[in-house]
Design a protein around this ligand. Sequence first.
Ligand code: HEM
Length: 205
Amino acid sequence: MHAHAINAFLRRLPPWPVYILGVLAIAAKIWLAASGHMGPDPVRTLEQELGRLGLQELLAVMAITPLRRLSGISLLRFRRALALVAVFTIAAHLAVWLLLDVQGISAFWREIIKRPYITVGMAAFILMIPLAATSTNAAIRRMGARGWRRLHMLSYPVILLAGVHFIMLRKGWQAEPLFYMAAIMMLLALRLPWSVRPPLRPRRG
Ligand code: HEM
């Protein structure tokens, strides 16, 4: 199918189901853990599952611009919803760790200082907050498109820190986090000014 036909189809879909699916995915994981379907250490498995899902959602968000540049297919109208779903998922990942794992504010600070992979994960989460907070149309208008775009360059350190967090928390150099890091580097490299960019097709409709 031609990119224009795909875009015409996508334009008919509203973005709100992305929020519903995102929240359902988090709820399903919590339900699986609570009902004894996540093995002998459900809190840890839930923590890991939410972390991985959040990272996959962040990757999907970062793939939207290169996909449009390279194929003409535009998922831009779903980007805000998907990005906010990623923030909810990471917030749930953090909440599980905070409420079920470390349990307590003094243990929270101790862990952040003691475990560098937690420090790095926390840095990624903190950098996501201004992005989520400026996601409304009113905030975008207030900041102006340039200011908003400049602030959203924070998404690059966010995803890099997330990839580093994953590599650090696994012992040794494991294939899975390195695979995610390779995908992150590729998505960032596609944004470099000298990377291949076919001219934008005129937008229709
Ligand atoms: C952008 C933010 C973050 C992303 C994308 C992310 C992603 C991940 C991923 C992919 C995993 C590994 C899953 C696996 O081993 O299968 C993980 C594990 C973990 N993350 Fe995060 N994370 C983020 C932020 C945080 C924050 C803020 C904290 C806590 C302050 C945190 C604490 C943990 C813990 C405790 C684990 C489990 C380690 C274990 O296996 O015992 N993460 N995270």
